[in-house]
Design a protein. Structure first.
Length: 94
């Protein structure tokens, strides 16, 4: 989930990478979805749990699995986002 302040919007540079991440990890629409949310719509418990402090104009990405926050990436760091997805994406049952 790309979380951001209302006045600066979602991270356009990372949004362009979502397709390649999706194709690498989940071609069947079963294990992964990308969302964007502005700060005012986030539950208070998520805002309070941010590891890197309050939101700024710097992009922030949260990884959730089974309704639980698993990771937080501070900044438009494609490699960190890719590694977090690889670490937390549910495995496919054979």
């Amino acid at each position: 989930m790309d979380i951001h302040l209302a006045w600066c919007g979602r991270c356009d540079s990372m949004e362009q990478n979502y397709r390649s991440l999706f194709m690498r990890f989940d071609e069947d629409f079963l294990r992964m979805e990308f969302f964007s949310c502005e700060e005012s719509l986030l539950p208070e418990e998520i805002l309070a749990s941010l590891v890197h402090g309050p939101l700024t104009c710097k992009p922030r990405f949260l990884i959730f699995a089974e309704g639980e926050k698993k990771d937080e990436i501070d900044g438009a760091n494609y490699t960190a986002l890719e590694m977090a997805i690889a670490k937390h994406i549910p495995q496919m049952d054979d």
